[in-house]
Structures are given as structure tokens and as C-alpha cells.
Design a protein around this ligand. Sequence first.
Ligand SMILES: [Zn+2]
Ligand SMILES: [Zn+2]
Length: 367
Amino acid sequence: MKIKYLLCLVSLSIFSQNTSKFFKAPEGYLLLGSDLHTHTVFSDGMVWPSVRAQEALRESIEIIAITDHLEYQPHKEDIPNPDLNRSYFIARQSVNEKDLIILRGSEITRSMPPGHFNAIFIKDANKLLVKGDSLAGIIEANKQDAFVFWNHPHWTSKKDGRMDGIAKLDPVHKELFSKNLVHGIEVANEDTYSEEALEIALKNNLTILGTSDIHGLVDWDFNIPDGGHRPLTFILTKDNSQSSIREALFQGNTFVWFKDLLIGKEENIEPIINSNLKLKSNGYVGETTLLEVKISNLSSASINIEYLGEYTFYKNSKFLSIPPNSSINIQLKTISKLKKINLPFKILNVVTGLRKSLKLDYDLEIY
Ligand SMILES: [Zn+2]
Ligand SMILES: [Zn+2]
């Protein structure tokens, strides 16, 4: 009996490492939650690298990247280690590789333009620190087969003359995209979100990312004890090998969970909503022509929807909110008893483009 119990625990824990606890993955895919932009005391962060790993474990995140600034180390007098890979090694050695995937990365830090870029899956951070030409670090990262993304393109900075919070392209960005030296873009960073960055991602076929860019403690900045979460990039992948994760990022198979929003390309986010928002007919209520439909949300995010069809509701309005991991029952006034029904919805907190939300149709059989 004891052994059986133990085995059950072991298999459960392996399963939890392999797929996200926050969203149900579409059939045939793994869904891994990641934060690909974090700092430690080895640049301008406030914590030792192993704390980053522990935070991620506590939050049930599958992947983090340690991306300390190459060019900015305010704690250098106290931590004079010359190896720019050091924070990654400390974090990686602090946990079992099976429990958390830690990616080696760096933040290439230049003023705008071109701005800040993260390179992950790098082989040696030291080689990225190239003085002079602002693109040399990005070029070296590409030589190391890194996945490179543009960080917080919408940041305000007086020094850089950017005070409007609008992500926009300079000629150097167009050059970087056309030469395929940059592969992704942050649409969410820390507590900010940019629809213009999303537009840039969609127009230039860049991978959509959301990151915490955490410097302090995740618990403090994102209110984790009270149910908060940091911005996360979910990666749809075949398996949890680093090569499959890298391939999925290059293919753009991601979506972002930022505050109450889910942000992503329609082809990625639609199967996620289909797997996590389920509708089922409960049939007609007694002798009435009130059709009861159960709407279940299997995810850890609230899902807010607007009914776009012809009927009105008995107990609700057309705006419905389904809390995380719960269900609601709605009653539609169909006037006559139907055998089947089509229910069209707009998913209000799923963003698929500039001023664009996801629309989904559900066809239900009525028994
Ligand atoms: Zn930055
Ligand atoms: Zn940063």
C-alpha cells in the first residue's frame, strides 16, 4: 500500500514537470510555462541566482532563462567574477534539471536604437560582450545559434528620447528583422503591455513573448501569495527537450499570459481556448423553453466572453465571466425547443492583434 502511494506521487510529480498546470494543452502538445527574462545580483538584480530557480519551482513554471546584463554590473565591486556565464551556472546547479529547465542567456544592453535584446540558448556569454558596434553582440549571439528577442520596445526613456510609450521601428530594427538576426519581441514586460509591439510581431512574423524582467522578488512584484502571476510565455512544443523548445520558439508557437490577458497569434491561441473553455448542454429546464448550458473554464486564468448570437438570457447578460477552474450555468430563452444550437462568442480577454479579440463558435447537441 505504502509503495503504491509512493509510486503514485512520483508519477504525478513527473507529469507536473512536463506540462503547464495553468492551461490544458491541446491534444498532442506539451505546454510549458516560461519566463525568459530574469536578473540576479550578477547584473542589477537583487537576488542570488538560486533564488530565481526556487521562485520558478514554487510557481510551477517549467522554464526560466537567466539573462543578466552584459554591460551593466552595479554589484561588480562585491561580486567581481569575470565569467558572464556564472549566474546561469549557479542557478542550474541549484536544482535538479528534471524539475526546472534553466536556459543560458544574456541581455545585450544598448541605448535605443537598437535598445535591449535578450539572447537565449547561447553557448558563451563572455563572447557576446563586444564593445563598439551596437549590433556586434547580436551577430555573435546568432553565431552561437541563439534565439534573440527585442526587449521592452515600448519603454519610456528620456535619455533615448522615447517618452510616448509607443513601440516603433527604426531602420536598424528593419535591418535586424530582414537579416533574420532577431526572432522574437516582448509584447509584455514586467507590468507593461504594448499593442504596438504585438502589431510589429504580427507584421514581421516575430515570436510573441511576455516576461517578468524581474530584478527584485517575484512574490513582491507580482503578488504571488494573493494569487497573482508574473507575465509568462507559454510554449507549445512536442516534448521538453531544449532542442524542441528552441524549435518551437523559432516557429513562433507561443502565447502570453499577462495580468488578465491572453495574447497570441490566432492559430496558437484558438486551440488553447478550445481546450480550456468547454460548453455542454444541460437540456431544457423542466417544462420551460429555457435552455441551460454549462460553461467550464479548465484554466487558471479568468475567461471573459460576450455572446454574439440572437437569443437573450434568463439569468445573465450577454457578458459572462468564468472564474479560473470553475463552471457557470447560463439559461438561454430559445422560445421553442431546439435539437441543436450554435453559440457564437467573442473572447474578450484574448487578444490576437491590434484591437482584435478571438471569436469562437460552439455547436451543441441538445438532449
Ligand atoms: Zn532591458
Ligand atoms: Zn532586463
